[in-house]
Design a protein around this ligand. Structure first.
Ligand SMILES: NC(=O)C1=CN([C@@H]2O[C@H](COP(=O)(O)OP(=O)(O)OC[C@H]3O[C@@H](n4cnc5c(N)ncnc54)[C@H](OP(=O)(O)O)[C@@H]3O)[C@@H](O)[C@H]2O)C=CC1
Ligand SMILES: CC(=O)C(=O)O
Ligand SMILES: [Mg+2]
Length: 421
């Protein structure tokens, strides 16, 4: 990151008021009558109604449009385990995106927990306050058990964004990129650098989209995950490949696809040059990708390149997923965000990239036009049509797969933020 951008980022967060989120009042509070409705004595009435039937919390409080973004700060972007307080700018940032793109209110909660069990107990105890739980930046392998336990214990949908949000957006971008490069997903050989939350979920979803597990070479800090290793946790072991490849150098030779979900500057130009013709490179580590687009495009010009960042073409980032997926899930009061809903989101996102792009979206990105192709494989986050297609697809899938507690919303599809109820 340039010195200018670093300074601007600190200034942005500090001024004129520290942070990026605040709480707003949604009802009149001007008169003593207003206060006697909002507070004592009037507030006693919704209290009694909720005590009689917990469902009334959706009728009388903000629960139905409120998501908790919760972390323990153990895997903050690609910066590592810097603790819960340091993660707060990212969690506030997720809150900004939920609100800006899908009108969802967020409390960011950074938990100082000494163990996964303590974290699980903390979240379980506060979960009923919210309409949904978005787990964020919790490292593998602990994140898998944390999510499993919380899905079981909580009455509202629990979704680990780094796993499923990332996987949905990666799958959408990958299907489009492979199509553009003239490659079939079932034939593509893939190097996945990283074997954590995001990497494991991305590879699982790609396999359910047709990729072959024997064609995937996953690497952690110790190299290729292969069947001869005896140091693999159960999640990595699912990707143990029966191969004699041991290093990134070995694995990248002739590969069609590179997916980076690990850390900065781990793929060299020389390694990139060893990939098959017309490769797909998703260097998705934030804030610094596994290889910078400038280095990659200088090394070869036949690739499709994506990063997780907002300042390059092809932003493969879970921001395209979580706001819209939760919008759809909340609006049908889904009890879970299941596989059917995830696949519906993949298809909605990838199909949108093939639609003509309205001029106002191009203007937001300061370009004359955007057209499905090597530099536009996936929609832009500012594309308001995401709010139209993704919540509708997710809500429909929730209804059809039996996890919705409300019917498909009469006010769908959402054409703008003003349509959100
Ligand atoms: N673009 C997007 O939307 C998203 C991007 N990401 C990015 O993915 C990365 C991982 O996040 P997440 O999965 O949540 O974190 P985790 O802590 O769960 O996983 C990190 C993984 O990266 C591996 N890794 C780290 N350094 C190296 C290295 N030098 N060589 C090989 N492997 C390495 C770790 O290996 P080991 O197991 O050996 O420790 C681990 O498997 C981050 O950079 C994050 O920003 C994450 C979510 C969304
Ligand atoms: C984008 C995101 O969630 C991450 O890098 O962790
Ligand atoms: Mg994250």
């Amino acid at each position: 990151m340039s010195q200018d951008l670093k300074e601007a980022a600190l200034e942005y967060h500090a001024k004129p008021r520290p942070g990026k989120l605040s709480v707003e009042i949604t009802k009149p509070t001007q008169t003593s009558r207003d206060l006697s409705l909002a507070y004592s004595p009037g507030v006693a009435e919704p209290v009694r109604e909720i005590a009689k039937d917990p469902e009334n919390a959706y009728k009388y409080t903000g629960k139905g449009n409120l998501v908790a973004v919760i972390t323990d700060g153990t895997a903050i972007l690609g910066l590592g385990n810097l603790g819960p307080l340091a993660s707060k700018p990212v969690m506030e940032g997720k809150g900004v995106l939920f609100k800006r793109f899908a009108g969802i209110d967020v409390f960011d909660i950074e938990v100082n927990s000494e163990s996964p069990q303590a974290f699980i107990e903390t979240v379980e105890r506060i979960a009923d306050t919210f309409g949904g739980i978005n787990l964020e930046d919790i490292k593998a392998p602990e994140c898998f058990e944390i999510e499993r336990a919380l899905i079981e214990k909580c009455n509202v949908p629990v979704f680990h964004d780094d796993q499923h949000g990332t996987a949905i957006v990666t799958a959408a971008g990958m299907i489009n990129a492979l199509e553009l490069q003239g490659k079939k997903i079932e034939d593509a050989t893939v190097v996945c650098l990283g074997a954590g939350a995001a990497a494991i979920a991305c590879m699982k979803l790609l396999i359910s989209c047709g990729m072959r597990s024997e064609n995937i070479f996953m690497l952690d800090r110790k190299g290729v995950i292969h069947s001869g290793r005896d140091d693999l946790n159960q999640y990595k072991a699912m990707f143990a490949n029966d191969t004699d490849k041991r290093t990134l150098d070995d694995a990248i030779d002739g590969a069609d696809v590179f997916v980076g979900l690990s850390g900065p500057d781990l793929l060299s130009a020389d390694q990139l040059k060893k990939m098959a013709p017309n490769p797909v490179v998703f260097a998705c580590s934030n804030p610094d990708p596994e290889i910078s687009p400038a280095v990659a495009l200088a090394a070869r010009d036949d690739l499709i390149m994506a990063t997780g960042r907002s300042d390059y073409p092809n932003q493969v980032n879970n921001v395209l997923g979580f706001p819209f997926i939760f919008r759809g899930a909340l609006d049908v009061r889904a009890t879970a965000i299941n596989e059917e809903m995830k696949v519906a989101a993949v298809n909605a996102i990838r199909e949108l990239a093939k639609e003509p792009v309205p001029q106002e979206i191009c203007a937001a990105y300061n370009v004359d036009s955007l057209e499905f192709g090597k530099e536009y494989i996936i929609p832009k986050p500012m594309d308001v049509r995401l709010l139209d297609v993704v919540p509708a697809a997710v809500a429909r899938a929730a209804v059809d797969s039996g996890v919705a507690r409300l019917p498909y919303p009469a006010h769908y599809p959402l054409k703008s933020m003003d349509d959100i109820i």
